[in-house]
Structure formats: structure tokens, C-alpha cells
Design a protein around this ligand. Structure first.
Ligand code: 2P0
Length: 319
């Protein structure tokens, strides 16, 4: 990182992303180095906007959605530890104003857009002028999935080989797919029982099935990457759904068990499988929460909306 005097204010804005091939498990907890690479799609219009300012002789102040967060709250603590990497002097603090257009900690990774927006704001504040790959690497240190939120469209986070993590960052996959739709099916937006950070660490340490996960995740990623290049929707949907269920299988097989699903999540899965049996090309993926994200093409949007009246449909690519 180049040494620069901070300017008055820095701003950054980043989208949330949904992994089609998931990140679950770290080989290095301090550096957020993953056991496997992952591939995501960003959702434009949903995400985080952050302003940051450095002020001498003052401690950090962190605002989330215009509410000041308590100094010892886990939210503020985590951000302060991250900001320790960038302090220009021991005296002084950052004023951070962060606004989410997604519910915090509800399975629509707000930590991903949050740390990506924070790094973009720091890049602006300190006038580093760093390329997105470098910023992706820095965002990864805040939250693994944040490495993928620097980009619109598809992104691939390379797990990397190095112990210092310098090759573990995301890159854009330069391929548009205007017909592709994501449907957000909200089951429950209350805070999840166990954070992803803890959940994945418990899985790595207390699940015998986990040893099969890294190879499967890499193979799924390759299949999904190819499906994107070939615009093969069935291959994309099938692989993404199977990848999500395999990830959840490792969680469920952990002791003590980790189950993010609610009865309504399972009911929605059955409904999707029924629709598929009836000839509708729809698949789902799920993250560390009870909500489902449906994958389908624009031509099926009306049918999906009819069967799931509350669904929010996003078109990730320009029309
Ligand atoms: C993903 N998730 O690939 C996976 C799928 C949740 C399930 O990345 O500890 O918040 O901050 O690196 O990035 C959520 O994990 O975890 C996540 P940390 P993060 O989207």
C-alpha cells in the first residue's frame, strides 16, 4: 500500500454477491485464506455505501445505517481490527458511515459488500489508486466473500497457493448473461444463530464429511465456469444447486450440528423440485441462512413470480 496523506473524505460503494460455487472453510483463519476457490454473481442495486474520514486526536466512530454502534459491539470491534491495518498514526481515528441496502446478517452477505465498500472508501480517502485485484485482496482480509464484491457480474476468487495470501484475490469473469435472473425468496430475515465465520470453522474442525468438500468445490467451480462460457443454463443451475446442498450437508454433519434451514426453506425446495418436474427450468442456491436464491431465465420470470408472489427478481446484467 503506498503511503499517502488522507484527504478529507473517502467514499465507496459495492454490491452484494451470491456464490454459485461456495466458499466454506479456511486454511488460514487470520488471513481469511480459503480451502477452495469460489465463483459468484453480484446483485446490482443491493449492497453497501460507505464514507470514511480520518480525524486526528479522536477515537473511531462507526455508524451503521445512521445509528452509532457501541464501541464494544462485535460489529464495531471487527471493523476496528480491520482498520488497524491502515492507520496513518497511532493518535486519531476513523469516522465510518456505512449504509446497507440489505438486512444485516440475514444470509444476504452484507459483510461482503460492507468490506468491499470500506476498502474502496479507504482507497479513495488515502488516494492509493490501487487496481481492483489489489483491493480485492485487502477486502478479503476483512471478510472472505468481500474479495468477490469488488466487481459487477461474475467473479472468481482464486484460493491461491501462497502462505502469505498474496495470490488469494478475486477477478472479474468478463461474460455477460442478460437473460439470467436471480429471485430472492425471503423466509426469515432475523439474525442467524451462528455466524458464517464460526460455522465454517466448526465444520472444518468437527465434520468428517468435510474432507470431501474442497475437491468437489473445485470441480463444481470448473463446471460452472464452463457453463457461463457456453451459456448452458441447465449445467449452471444443476451444479450450483448441488454445490449449495453439498455445502449444507457438511454443516449438518458437523457436531454440534449447524442447520440454517427453517421448515419454510424445505417447503420452498420441494416446490422448486415440483416446478422442475413440471418442466420449468428453475434451480436454487442457499447460503448461511434460511433464505433461498432462485436461478432461472427471463422467459420463466412470470411463472416464477406467479408461484412465489413475494419473490424479488433481480437481473444482474444490463438489459
Ligand atoms: C459464500 N458464504 O461463498 C459462502 C457460502 C456463506 C455460505 O462467504 O469469515 O462472511 O468473513 O470470511 O465471507 C460467508 O462467509 O466469512 C460466505 P468470513 P464470510 O458466499
Amino acid at each position: 500500500i503506498p503511503h499517502r496523506i488522507p484527504k478529507q473524505k473517502g467514499v465507496g460503494k459495492a454490491p452484494v454477491n451470491i456464490a454459485l460455487s461456495k466458499y466454506w472453510g479456511k486454511r488460514n483463519v487470520d488471513l481469511n485464506l480459503p480451502t477452495n476457490s469460489s465463483l459468484s454473481i453480484s446483485l446490482p442495486g443491493l449492497g453497501t455505501e460507505t464514507q470514511i474520514e480520518w480525524i486526528e486526536n479522536q477515537s473511531d466512530q462507526i455508524y451503521l445505517n445512521e445509528t452509532k454502534m457501541a464501541f464494544d459491539s462485535s460489529f464495531a470491534q471487527r471493523i476496528r481490527i480491520f482498520l488497524d491495518l491502515f492507520r496513518p498514526s497511532p493518535k486519531g481515528g476513523f469516522i465510518v458511515n456505512t449504509v446497507n441496502s440489505v438486512p444485516t446478517a440475514a444470509g444476504l452477505a452484507s459483510s461482503a459488500s460492507g468490506y468491499a465498500a470500506l476498502v474502496l472508501a479507504l482507497n479513495d480517502c488515502f488516494q492509493w489508486g490501487l487496481p481492483l485485484k489489489r483491493l480485492s485482496l485487502l477486502a478479503r482480509l476483512g471478510s472472505g466473500s468481500a474479495s468477490r464484491s469488488l466487481y459487477e457480474g461474475f467473479a472468481l476468487w482464486h484460493k491461491g497457493q501462497l502462505d502469505n495470501g498474496m495470490d488469494s484475490y478475486a477477478e472479474k469473469i468478463d461474460q455477460a448473461w442478460p437473460e439470467l435472473c436471480i429471485g430472492l425468496l425471503e423466509i426469515d430475515i432475523s439474525t442467524k444463530p451462528i455466524s458464517s465465520t464460526k460455522g465454517m470453522q466448526n465444520t472444518v474442525n468437527h465434520c468428517e464429511l468435510y474432507q470431501a468438500w474442497p475437491d468437489k468445490a473445485e470441480a463444481d467451480l470448473q463446471k460452472i465456469h464452463r457453463a457461463i462460457q457456453d451459456k448452458n443454463f441447465q449445467q449452471l443451475g444443476q451444479t450450483a444447486e448441488n454445490n449449495a446442498l453439498a455445502m449444507h450437508a457438511t454443516m449438518i454433519a458437523t457436531w454440534p450440528p449447524i442447520l440454517y434451514w427453517q421448515p419454510e426453506s424445505v417447503a420452498a425446495m420441494h416446490k422448486i423440485w415440483q416446478l422442475r418436474n413440471d418442466g420449468c427450468n428453475v434451480y436454487f442456491t442457499m447460503d448461511a441462512g434460511p433464505n433461498l436464491k432462485l436461478l432461472f431465465l427471463k422467459q420463466d420470470a412470470t411463472v416464477i413470480q406467479t408461484h412465489f408472489p413475494s419473490i424479488k427478481i433481480i437481473q444482474p446484467f444490463p438489459q
